[in-house]
Design a protein around this ligand. Structure first.
Ligand SMILES: [Zn+2]
Length: 230
């Protein structure tokens, strides 16, 4: 599973601005945090930019196509009067059922996340955005709150990690990602107890070693405890 995250804007293109914030910085921060959280899942994650630089819309789509991505998510912050979350898929003919299902599942998770903080669900929408039109895989664009609305801006400034984590969770759910399996538990150390050169037992628990040894204390000439496995 290859996922391309697309932090909107960058470099000379600041995106929307408001309340002392620039969209390009917020989108990058969210994408980087989402990418970090996605390392808990079996997926290859690429970012269309990983610094404050300008990347054209076509370059973003081309990168996703070259990586043969399974899914593409463009991350943006809204502006222009309003509050809350909305998502977009391509408005043109022939948008795949996979894209519709992807938007639906992703949107539901994100809207539920924002609803916890009383931000409204502005709905699933369609638009003729270049990154949605030119990408060949299922593709969605998220508009995360309004940079020019004080309550939204305050939340964006304070909770980029939460938004990044929620984005990762929503992708994991929508794309049915498998968690990376945790490493097997380390083998337990095993010790053998030798009394006058003769093994009387092998034990993993310290209490069992002490119990075995105590029977020979006072009578044995030599008691040795040897580690026999990691
Ligand atoms: Zn934008």
């Amino acid at each position: 599973m290859v996922i391309v995250l697309d932090p909107g804007h960058g470099g000379i293109d600041t995106g929307a601005v408001g309340n002392g914030l620039q969209e390009k910085n917020l989108t990058l921060a969210i994408a980087q945090r989402a990418a970090g959280a996605l390392s808990a899942y079996v997926a290859d994650i690429y970012l269309t930019r990983n610094s404050d630089r300008y990347v054209s819309l076509s370059q973003r789509a081309t990168l996703a196509n070259q990586k043969q991505a399974d899914a593409f998510l463009s991350i943006h912050i809204n502006a222009g009067g309003g509050s809350g979350f909305e998502s977009y898929r391509y408005s043109g003919q022939g948008v795949s059922p996979e894209t519709v299902a992807f938007q639906s599942a992703f949107h539901q998770e994100m809207a539920t996340f924002y609803a916890q903080y009383t931000f409204p669900d502005r709905g699933m929408k369609t638009a003729d955005f270049a990154v949605l039109r030119e990408t060949k895989m299922k593709a969605v664009l998220s508009e995360n709150l309004f940079i020019d609305q004080p309550t939204d801006a305050q939340f964006l400034q304070a909770h980029l990690q939460l938004i990044g984590d929620a984005t990762a969770r929503a992708l994991a759910t929508a794309l049915h990602l498998s968690p990376v399996s945790s490493p097997p538990p380390a083998p337990t150390a095993l010790y053998r107890v030798l009394v006058d050169g003769e093994q009387i037992g092998a034990y993993a628990q310290i209490e069992n070693i002490l119990r075995a040894v105590s029977e020979y204390l006072g009578s044995a000439r030599e008691i040795r405890i040897q580690r026999i496995s990691t």
